[in-house]
Design a protein around this ligand. Structure first.
Ligand code: SF4
Length: 419
C-alpha cells in the first residue's frame, strides 16, 4: 500500500501545539510524525484507537448507547459536564450547550490550576503571543521551569533559538537566565543560573518588583539576588518571563502567591522596559476548553448552570462537588486519560457517561462509553495553543465516531426529550 503524507498537521501533545508536523500514513497507521519531538511522537503513536460503543458493560449499537445516555442525563438531579482533553473546540462548544440545557456544573482540568487563573483575573496580565516573543525577546528568564521536560520544542520554536526581528542571530542574540526554585530548575542550557529557596521565592519576586519600581530594598542575600535579576531585566529590550502554569511535577501545590507575584513583576516591567509573562500549558486543547467556556458563558471553568444561568464557582468545581458526593451523573467529553487523578477516582463513584478518545478503556468504567477519534489525529476543527492562538487541525486518519457529531446527537435527544 502506498504511503500518504499530511503536511502541516498540528500536534496537541503539549500546549506548544506545533503546526509544522508532517504525518506519514501507511494504510491505516501513522508511521512517522516528522518534526515532532519524542513527546509528540508518543502522542501521535500509530494513530490506532478503540472503536467501541458500550452500555452497561456490553457492546451496543450507537443509537442504544445514545438513548441510554440521554435517559441517565435527563433523570440526573445534579449533573456534571466535564471537558477532558483531546477534543476540538467544536466538540467543547456542543458539550457546553448540553451543560446549559441540563443545568449542570461545567468544568475541565483547568480547575486544577484555579489559583493561577484567579490571580490573572484579579490582576490582569501582561502577555504576548509566542510569535511576538520569538520576534522580540532578547532576555528569556525561565522561572523554575525547564521547557525541555514537558514542552520540548518551546525553546527551539519560540523563545530561545529562532531568529526574530529583534533577535537576528537567534540564540546568540538572546540571554537566557535559569532561576532554580528548589527542585524546580530552570532551563539546562542557560547562560546564567540563579538559585532561590522555595520559601524565599515570593519575597524575591516582590523585591524584584520593588527594584523595578525604583524603591529601596535591603541588602540581605535574597535582596542581592533580587537586585541582580531585576537590574538585568531593566536593561533588556524585551523580557520573556516564562513559568509553568500546570501543576508541578514535583508534587508541590501550585503556588497562587507565586503566580500573582510573577504577574505583578511582568506588569511593573512594562514601563521602564517591556516584558511578557509566558504561561506554559499542557496539551490536548486545554486552552481551548478555557476559551470556549469563556466565550459561551463568560467564565473559563467551574461554571454552574444550576440556577438557570451561568455562575462562576471556582472554589466549588468538579473535584469539590464530586468529593462531597453532590454529583449523581457525569458526562465526560474527551479523553479519560487526561482527567486529573482525583476527579477520575471520584468519577468511579458516580454514574458516568464517557464520550471521547479511548472512552471504553476508562479506568472508572463508565456506564455508557462511546469511543471517538482524537482531535488533531482523526478529527479536524480548531484547537488553541498555550498563548490562546486558534489553530486549524488537519486529521491524518479517519477514526471512529466524530466526537462533535456524537455530542450534538446527544444534545438533540435531550432537546426533544426523547429517551
Ligand atoms: S513540543 Fe509539544 S506540540 Fe510540539 S511536537 Fe512536541 S509534544 Fe507536540
Amino acid at each position: 500500500m502506498t504511503k500518504r503524507v499530511v503536511e502541516h498537521a498540528t500536534c496537541l501533545g503539549c500546549g506548544c501545539a506545533c503546526d509544522d508536523i508532517t504525518v506519514v500514513v501507511d494504510g491505516d497507521r501513522i508511521v512517522e510524525a516528522r518534526n515532532s519531538c519524542a513527546l509528540g511522537r508518543a502522542w501521535f503513536a500509530d494513530g490506532s484507537v478503540p472503536r467501541e460503543t458500550r452500555a452497561g458493560g456490553k457492546p451496543v449499537a450507537p443509537d442504544v448507547a445514545l438513548g441510554d445516555a440521554a435517559k441517565l442525563l435527563a433523570r440526573a438531579e445534579r449533573p456534571l459536564v466535564y471537558l477532558a482533553p483531546d477534543i476540538s473546540c467544536e466538540t467543547q462548544r456542543a458539550a457546553v450547550a448540553i451543560a446549559d440545557r441540563l443545568g449542570a456544573l461545567l468544568d475541565s482540568p483547568t480547575g486544577e490550576i484555579a489559583a493561577g487563573i484567579l490571580a490573572s483575573q484579579r490582576r490582569g496580565r501582561a502577555g504576548a503571543t509566542l510569535g511576538e516573543i520569538r520576534q522580540r525577546a532578547d532576555l528569556v528568564v525561565f522561572w523554575g521551569v525547564d521547557p525541555a521536560d514537558r514542552y520540548p520544542r518551546y525553546a527551539s520554536r519560540y523563545a530561545v533559538d529562532p531568529a526574530g526581528l529583534q533577535a537576528p542571530d537567534g540564540r546568540k542574540s538572546r540571554r537566557v537566565v535559569a532561576v532554580d526554585v528548589g527542585p524546580s530548575r530552570g532551563a539546562a542550557d542557560a547562560d546564567e543560573r540563579v538559585a532561590i529557596a522555595p520559601e524565599h521565592e515570593v519575597d524575591a519576586l516582590a523585591l524584584m518588583r520593588a527594584v523595578v519600581l525604583g524603591r529601596a530594598i535591603g541588602e540581605d542575600a535574597v535582596a542581592r539576588v533580587a537586585t541582580g535579576l531585576a537590574t538585568r531585566m531593566l536593561h533588556a529590550r524585551y523580557v520573556a518571563l516564562v513559568h509553568d502554569a500546570e501543576p508541578s511535577p514535583h508534587g508541590s501545590p501550585l503556588h497562587a502567591d507565586r503566580t500573582e507575584a510573577l504577574i505583578a513583576l511582568a506588569q511593573a516591567l512594562n514601563g521602564p522596559a517591556r516584558c511578557a509573562l509566558s504561561s506554559l500549558r499542557a496539551g490536548g486543547n486545554r486552552s481551548g476548553a478555557d476559551a470556549v467556556a469563556t466565550w459561551q458563558t463568560g467564565f473559563p471553568f467551574a461554571v454552574d448552570f444550576a440556577g438557570g444561568y451561568p455562575r462562576y464557582r471556582p472554589h466549588a468545581g468538579a473535584a469539590v462537588l464530586l468529593a462531597r458526593r453532590e454529583i449523581d451523573v457525569a458526562l465526560l467529553v474527551g479523553s479519560p486519560a487526561g482527567v486529573p487523578q482525583a476527579v477520575a477516582a471520584a468519577l468511579g463513584q458516580v454514574t458516568t457517561i464517557a464520550i471521547g478518545p479511548r472512552a471504553s478503556a476508562a479506568p472508572f468504567r463508565p456506564t455508557v462509553a462511546i469511543d471517538t477519534g482524537v482531535a488533531g489525529i482523526h478529527e479536524g476543527g480548531t484547537a488553541f495553543r498555550m498563548d490562546d492562538l486558534a489553530l486549524p487541525l488537519r486529521p491524518a486518519l479517519s477514526g471512529p465516531a466524530v466526537a462533535a457529531d456524537v455530542v450534538r446527537a446527544l444534545a438533540a435527544r435531550l432537546m426533544k426529550g426523547r429517551s
